[in-house]
Design a protein around this ligand. Structure first.
Ligand code: GLN
Length: 185
């Protein structure tokens, strides 16, 4: 399996290490043409506004949208925002996953926290790290909710697209990454 990590901004190195720990090859993706060589794509956390600008500067948006139409993509934190078909208060970006994202829904950087989560089909005790995290305000038809936190949706799957509000790459628990790699097979 070759899993690409969008490498324009954000938690790129940590995701590369996590993918390699799962026994797959990780490829940093900086151009549209590189998308042709991968089986799945990871959109890291970071700052979605910055990533969005870099995607436009690199003229990568059409290729990313085409990739996400049929190939597996996993958006984490800011990556969830990029993948959402609707983002409250602003335009959608890549926009292929049938969810509405609400940015910074858990407060500011100083309100960062870690909490154990039940993720359906993945883990009963996942150490989820939230950093200026978005929530999934609502999901469209056919989208499976995989995890909630105090009633808020924080992980979901829409066909071949997966998204979570938190940062799986910041822990040594690779169960959610393994789940995504299975989706790529
Ligand atoms: N708050 C960031 C955004 O809106 C996401 C934060 C993160 O990825 N840790 O893009």
């Amino acid at each position: 399996m070759k899993i690409g990590v969008l490498a324009l901004q954000g938690a790129v190195t940590e995701h590369i290490k996590a993918i390699e720990a799962c026994g797959s090859e990780a490829i940093p993706i900086k151009t549209a043409t590189q998308l042709q060589s991968i089986d799945g794509l990871l959109l890291p956390g970071g700052e979605s506004t910055a990533m969005r600008r870099l995607i436009y500067y690199g003229n990568m948006l059409p290729a990313l949208q085409a990739f996400a139409e049929s190939k597996p993509v996993f958006g984490t934190c800011a990556g969830l925002i990029l993948l959402a078909s609707s983002v409250e208060g602003e335009e959608a970006h890549i926009g292929q996953m049938n969810i509405t994202a609400r940015r910074n829904a858990f407060g500011r950087q100083i309100h960062s926290f870690e909490t154990p989560l039940v993720i359906k089909g993945v883990s009963d005790n996942f150490p989820a790290v939230f950093i200026r995290a978005p929530k999934i305000a609502s999901v469209g038809e056919g989208v499976e909710i995989l995890a909630t936190l105090d009633g808020d949706i924080v992980c979901a799957r829409d066909r071949h697209l997966l998204a979570c509000s938190f940062h799986p790459e910041l822990t040594k628990d690779y169960s959610l990454m393994s789940y995504f790699i299975e989706m790529c097979k």
